[in-house]
Design a binder for this molecule. Sequence first.
Ligand code: SAM
Length: 158
Amino acid sequence: MLKNIVSSYKDIEIMDVVRHLRILVAVVRNMSRSHRTLVDTQVYWQKPDDGNNNPLQYVAEEKNPKNVARTLNLVSVINSLDIKKPKILEVGCNAGRNLNGLFKAGYTNLDAIEISQDAISVMETTYPKTFSTANIHCGPAENILSKFEDKVALGFSR
Ligand SMILES: C[S@@+](CC[C@H](N)C(=O)[O-])C[C@H]1O[C@@H](n2cnc3c(N)ncnc32)[C@H](O)[C@@H]1O
């Protein structure tokens, strides 16, 4: 049994080294680019590969006091606008920590656009009530935004 534990521990270590090597390659590749095209940016955000912007990381950081204050600030700015039942659109919601803050504050007319299906899947399991209340549109905002035209009272991205 001990042998099995040691060998699976080694497997995990090897996988971790491979993961870090892949991140290193992505970071070096990104550094060598003089600029990113729109498509490069879309591909990056669909599956960030440089060790940053992991949806689980966004969720884990939600409880950090700085982020709690950030969400409260968002809610208070929206409250201060005093719009009755506003239709709110977030562009780039990731795993939905802002949407969840708005939902908990009583806002239910929520829409969001997010390019990463992985982030949307994390939202579905992390904030199931918010997920089932909000309309989440998966894809690049530049292709989806026109659908909203003037149907949104409030739009934000942060
Ligand atoms: C800096 S993160 C912010 C996440 C979220 N607003 C939050 O505060 O937790 C930017 C988000 O925008 C999304 N994004 C980037 N480009 C996008 C695009 N063209 N269309 C839709 N979403 C996009 C990314 O996938 C990412 O989730």
